[in-house]
Write a protein that binds this ligand. Structure first.
Ligand SMILES: [Zn+2]
Ligand SMILES: [Zn+2]
Length: 456
């Protein structure tokens, strides 16, 4: 079974086998396009889903959409939020616009759609019910301006995810933001008075939800009071996930989330991809550069989710070449007699997936298998396509589309590539001649050797 690093227990935990598992993934805030750094965190939950589905687990995933709260503030900021959008578009139209592009981007990365994708703006009622319950239980308090705050002191295990325990969160640690309405510094708003539209009427006045209540309410509504896995990026550990855990657990009366899983940030060209516009790379930029969007998925998987990923255009281009080569090879192998999977290789790759999503190790297994001349092509074909159920690189797309090499030519090409790498030009020329004899014309480019079938 899958073993994965649990941020709260600070150790690798086995996901207990079950017929169905529930996973909540903190979804996008739809006030801008998602950049590659954002998309990497959704790949994390897709990999968890695919690895578990391989074990015949039925996954139920909730990925919420934040289209209130942040949105209003960010879109009103000068120059921020809505570049290039015509004046007069409503907040809802802008939110839907970015939600659509988020769905297109995740689909292009073969990230499966969630079973539930609730929008915060359409889930206000459960939020209000949850807040009312927390007030009634004494976990939250109201103040005269119409705000409701969570009383952090009522949740003594606060801080287990991030290590930011209540006694370290006293005023003075963060200067200048002492809020006289709060009983203690660590308290946070569940409901805030309206400062514009949209806003909703509640027993405490007209207002908007606080930043963290939506995820608790939507997760409780769509997945219930037992959630097996909750995923997000490391920056969500505090305060977002701490606050969410306090809210949900106080309402349910027990630990709601079994495993908290966090993905690290992405550095592109050495820079954190969370800065101001211009610093970010979008999936559409990758497509405009002529690269397959799934090269991004492959490049992400070449590094483990729990490490800070370093990406640049060279890495993406290299991943694109690997992707195209593998698809070509799969098409070529599809012409060979069928043969059973290469069990030892497949087991090694699957063990790597189970080992805290060690995708780099799994990809190395594919590379080894590709090169192993003792494994029949039919076995390679079955193995690659089997593993592609988790990798989701569309490795079968070239079947029937790529011109197929005549028998023996693939081995000659591999030998020639090796001769070329070791600068053995006489051998490379001999192999070119041998390839020409079977109708394959090979030439050299800056990216390596390429071939065409004679007469095409
Ligand atoms: Zn979350
Ligand atoms: Zn969230």
């Amino acid at each position: 079974m899958l073993r994965i690093y649990d941020t709260r227990t600070r150790q690798t935990e086995e996901i207990a086998p079950a017929r169905a598992l529930r996973m909540h993934t903190c979804g996008p805030t739809v006030h801008r396009r998602a950049h590659l750094g954002d998309l990497r965190s959704y790949l994390l939950s897709d990999l968890i889903r695919r690895v578990l589905e391989r074990r015949r687990v039925r996954m139920v995933v909730c990925r919420d959409i934040t289209d209130v709260g942040h949105l209003a503030g960010d879109a009103k900021a000068p120059g921020g939020g809505i570049p290039g959008r015509p004046e007069g578009r409503s907040m809802t139209e802008i939110a839907r616009h970015y939600e659509d592009s988020f769905e297109r981007d995740t689909a292009a990365l073969n990230i499966r759609p969630p079973e539930h994708a609730p929008r915060a703006s359409e889930t206000i009622e459960p939020m209000v019910e949850l807040i009312a319950k927390l007030v009634e239980q004494g976990n939250a308090y109201t103040v005269p301006d119409g705000s409701v705050f969570f009383d952090a002191a009522t949740f003594p295990t606060y801080g287990e995810i991030s290590g930011n325990r209540l006694d370290t969160l006293e005023p003075g640690h963060r200067h200048g933001d002492a809020d006289p309405r709060k009983r203690r510094h660590a308290d946070w708003a569940l409901w805030k008075p309206a400062d514009g539209e949209p806003a909703w009427d509640t027993p405490w006045g007209r207002g908007v939800p606080g930043r963290h209540i939506g995820c608790s309410a939507m997760s409780l509504r769509f997945l219930g009071e037992r959630v097996d896995i909750h995923t997000g990026t490391v920056d969500l550990r505090f305060p977002h996930h701490e606050d969410q855990r306090a809210q949900s657990d106080s309402a349910a009366g027990h630990e709601v989330v079994k495993h908290w899983v966090h993905g690290e940030h992405l550095l592109f060209d050495g820079r954190e991809m969370a800065g101001p516009a211009g610093d970010v790379v979008l999936l559409s930029d990758v497509a405009e550069a002529g690269l397959d969007p799934l090269a991004v998925r492959l490049a992400f998987m070449e590094q483990r989710y729990r490490r800070q990923a370093r990406l640049d255009w060279d890495t993406l281009r290299a991943a694109d070449r690997t992707l195209r080569r593998w698809r070509g090879r799969v098409a070529e192998w599809s012409e060979s007699p069928s043969a059973p999977m290469a069990a030892d290789y497949v087991e090694r790759a699957e063990a790597a997936f189970d080992d805290d999503l060690d995708t780099p190790a799994a990809l190395r297994v594919l590379g080894d298998l590709e090169r192993d001349e003792s494994v029949p092509p039919g076995s390679k074909f079955e193995s690659f396509l089997h593993l592609d159920r988790v990798l989701a690189l569309d490795l079968s797309t070239e079947i029937g589309r790529t011109p197929v090499l005549p028998p023996g030519a693939a081995e000659l090409l591999a030998q020639r590539a090796r001769a070329r790498d070791s600068h053995d030009w006489p051998a490379a020329d001999r192999l070119s001649a041998a390839l020409a004899d079977v109708g394959v014309l090979v030439s050299d480019t800056a990216d390596g050797q390429v071939w065409v079938l004679a007469g095409r």
